[in-house]
Design a protein around this ligand. Structure first.
Ligand SMILES: [Fe+2]
Length: 125
């Protein structure tokens, strides 16, 4: 198949804070400036291009498929940074992770209120 998601724009009140938050939490390479964006690239070369916007940021959902070791490391940072996390996308199960699809997953908010997710197995996997 020759069609792949390549990049998406992530609205931010402070693109530097937001891009660095995500890159440091997920242990991804440091964000790179490109035009008005700060670009965070993932291992499958899909990039999140953070862009400053005025006013309210509408919450979007971004999910990251991570390895078991990466999950451990990210979860450790979430706890060390005292971030809130939930087992479900509606944030009704605080301080829990889920074991959906035989893997592990959790949700957390980025500094703009975007609903971020890490999973070790794809949905239905
Ligand atoms: Fe999701």
């Amino acid at each position: 198949m020759s069609i792949q998601l390549n990049h998406t724009i992530v609205a931010a009140r402070d693109k530097h804070a937001s891009a660095n938050f995500l890159a440091e939490l997920l242990d991804l390479p440091a964000p790179k400036p490109f035009g008005p964006f700060l670009v965070v690239e993932t291992a499958n070369e899909v990039s999140l291009d953070f862009m400053d916007v005025d006013g309210d940021v509408t919450s979007q959902h971004y999910a990251f498929l991570v390895g078991e070791d990466e999950f451990d490391a990210i979860f450790e940072r979430i706890q060390r940074w005292h971030l809130h996390y939930w087992a479900d996308p509606g944030h009704t199960r605080p301080n829990e992770i889920n074991t959906n699809d035989g893997g592990r997953g959790l949700y957390f908010n980025d500094p703009n209120g975007h609903n971020m997710e890490i999973i070790t197995r794809p949905y239905g996997g």
